[in-house]
Design a protein around this ligand. Structure first.
Ligand code: FMN
Length: 329
């Protein structure tokens, strides 16, 4: 049976379209990490409308030393340096049924404005050679700050000679400070659901459900052999919505994270007690930055947005796109 959405996208009527799809069943490999299951749910919803028309292989990245969920404050802040400096850790061996796919979907999340440790560990492992000379679509499940992480992913994909053909970003659409408060509740207490005073944390359920709209776009690009223009079609379906103010905030934050990560790493690697005082200092300063300086920071970001409208418009265009420019952030 052909789902209506896929039926209408190419504009060819069934049963001819059925036969065409059967003959050309595209193969999709999904490589992902999802700690709470949110990103997995997003990807499942995205592929649900097209699963009958593709072969889909799901491969989960599993760190040898798992990350606890909910987190403790100690382990959470202690992983910032390894995230920012992209220091890999060991992961379990992944099994792939084939060597060549029509599309590889890389599902990941930013941690401290950088690719999460499990994703980075995969990309830096020998197993990442599965991506070489393949078309890759990135799917991001974030709070709302993913720009720097995606630049690092682009660098890794370039190194691996993989071809980025699209990017879809899911984020918390609540105001920045609200999303910080709710993610703290989720991260340290495990409560994603809304409370009387605060909305649900992370990507909202309605947006997770709406992920299904992207499946047919992906399928059409694969069947009609137009993966090169897949990203344009995804953008037309609002695959990336980007507020200019967040570009300014992220540029400011990553500079500080870079400096602090080096400072902490001087005292040892993740889990090392010798670096604990520096991690605690980072935790305190982050708290001050987010909750005390944030109103000023937001205001200056708004002013900079108004003053630099032209260059920010260029930035928005760049970050919504899939090309790579060195030191863009
Ligand atoms: C250690 C850690 C750091 C995070 N840092 C960021 C960040 O810098 N930017 C952002 O948008 N979201 C950040 N998040 C939220 C994640 O990107 C992600 O949306 C959330 O953890 C749910 O992903 P999951 O599917 O792996 O459970 C962070 C989460 C964790 C656990």
């Amino acid at each position: 049976m052909i789902v209506n959405t896929t039926h209408t996208i190419i504009g060819i009527t069934c049963p001819f379209y059925c036969l065409l799809l059967q003959a050309m069943k595209p193969s999709i490999l999904v490589i992902y990490f999802s700690q709470s299951g949110q990103l997995k749910q997003i990807i499942d919803n995205m592929l649900a409308p097209i699963q009958a028309h593709c072969t889909i292989e799901m491969v989960e990245i599993k760190p040898i030393k798992p990350f606890p969920f909910p987190w403790t404050a100690d382990t959470f802040f202690d992983c910032m340096p390894e995230c920012v400096q992209q220091i890999p850790e060991e992961i379990h061996t992944l099994q792939f049924a084939q060597q060549k796919y029509d599309l590889v979907i890389l599902g990941y999340q930013p941690w401290f404005l950088s690719p999460s440790i499990p994703i980075n560990s995969f990309l830096q492992s020998a197993q990442a050679s599965i991506l070489s000379h393949q078309k890759v679509l990135t799917v991001i499940g974030s709070r709302n700050m993913w720009l720097h992480a995606q630049e690092k992913i682009k660098e890794q994909l370039n190194r691996l000679q993989a071809q980025l053909v699209g990017n879809i970003v899911f984020f918390d659409t609540n105001p920045n400070l609200t999303s910080v408060l709710t993610i703290i509740r989720w991260t340290f207490k495990g409560q994603k659901e809304a409370t009387k005073w605060m909305p649900e944390a992370g990507v909202q359920q309605k947006d997770i459900a709406a992920a299904s709209k992207f499946g047919p776009i992906i399928l059409e690009a694969l069947v009609s052999n137009t993966s090169q223009s897949m990203h344009e079609s995804l953008l037309a379906a609002d695959a990336i919505i980007l507020k200019p103010g967040l570009i300014i905030l992220e540029k400011r934050a990553i500079g500080n994270f870079r400096k602090f990560s080096k400072y902490i790493l001087e005292k040892g690697s993740r889990g090392d007690m010798a670096r604990k005082p520096r991690v605690k200092l980072f935790q305190k300063l982050l708290f001050v930055g987010v909750f005390i300086l944030s109103p000023i920071s937001n205001l200056t970001a708004e002013i900079v947005t108004l003053l630099n409208k032209k260059s920010l418009k260029k930035d928005v265009q760049y970050f919504k796109n899939i090309s790579y420019r060195k030191n863009a952030i």
